[in-house]
Design a protein around this ligand. Structure first.
Ligand code: ZN
Length: 240
């Protein structure tokens, strides 16, 4: 009975979050006690994390397709993603385990890194990559909105949750091939006319795996506002 499993999963997650509230000083990845005050990851796991050092106005090669059609000014990414790494644990916690504070914390870290390179933000508004409303209802939140709130705390730019919408409830992308991902994301996003009010916007995602999602969002954005300048934020990017 799948519904019974879902109830057990929810109870299990609820208990885990209570334990985490009572004992917050446990590393998310290795579950050892945090001896040095680093939030979420212990010093040993943190030292395994590969940070991406992007340069101002540099765009990652996974977003080259988007760049040929849209004005992508810069891609800002915090971590390089590898399977079974502490970064995968962080992303899993944020996406599936209701760890809202980690999403905001690492979003703020990304925002501070951006602010260190720019005297002021090169965009007027942050647009989180949307999830379909069924999924948001099921999960209770959209992780990209929380990451965007973290970025906002560093850059001061507002977050708009209405401009980008997901109109098709797509399959999970994790097990799809590159070509299947592209097909899976085609025609899934819509953009409201409010986009015409902006000259420069930023899109916020949790992880870039092939770039298919962001490429298709850029396509629909420029259909409505062909001159809009786009900055891309993501907590992580696949190590390719
Ligand atoms: Zn650890």
């Amino acid at each position: 009975m799948p519904w019974l499993h879902r109830i057990f999963d929810r109870i299990n997650l609820f208990l885990k979050s209570i334990i985490h509230l009572l004992y917050p000083d446990i590393c998310l990845h290795c579950h050892r006690e945090l001896t040095i005050k680093t939030p979420f990851l212990c010093y040993a796991c943190l030292s395994k994390v590969e940070f991406v050092k992007w340069r101002k106005q540099e765009v990652h090669h996974l977003l080259e397709q988007a760049m040929t059609e849209a004005k992508v000014a810069e891609s800002c990414v915090l971590f390089s993603f590898e399977r079974n790494s502490p970064v995968q644990t962080i992303l899993h916690e944020i996406k599936y385990k209701f760890n809202r504070s980690a999403a905001i914390y690492f979003g703020a870290m990304l925002g501070r890194q951006y602010s260190g390179l720019h005297t002021k933000a090169d965009f007027e508004v942050l647009l989180p990559v949307p999830v379909h409303h069924y999924k948001k209802y099921d999960r209770g939140y959209n992780q990209s909105e929380l990451i965007a709130m973290g970025i906002k705390s560093a850059t001061g730019t507002p977050v708009d949750r209405q401009i980008l919408k997901k109109t098709k409830n797509t399959k999970s992308q994790t097990k799809l091939s590159k070509a299947a991902r592209k097909e899976n994301t085609m025609g899934t996003f819509s953009v409201s006319d409010q986009i015409k009010n902006y000259k420069a916007i930023a899109i916020v995602d949790d992880v870039i795996t092939t770039g298919a999602t962001l490429n298709s969002i850029c396509e629909v954005l420029i259909e409505k506002n062909k001159n809009v300048q786009i900055t891309i934020f993501s907590l992580a990017i696949a190590n390719t």
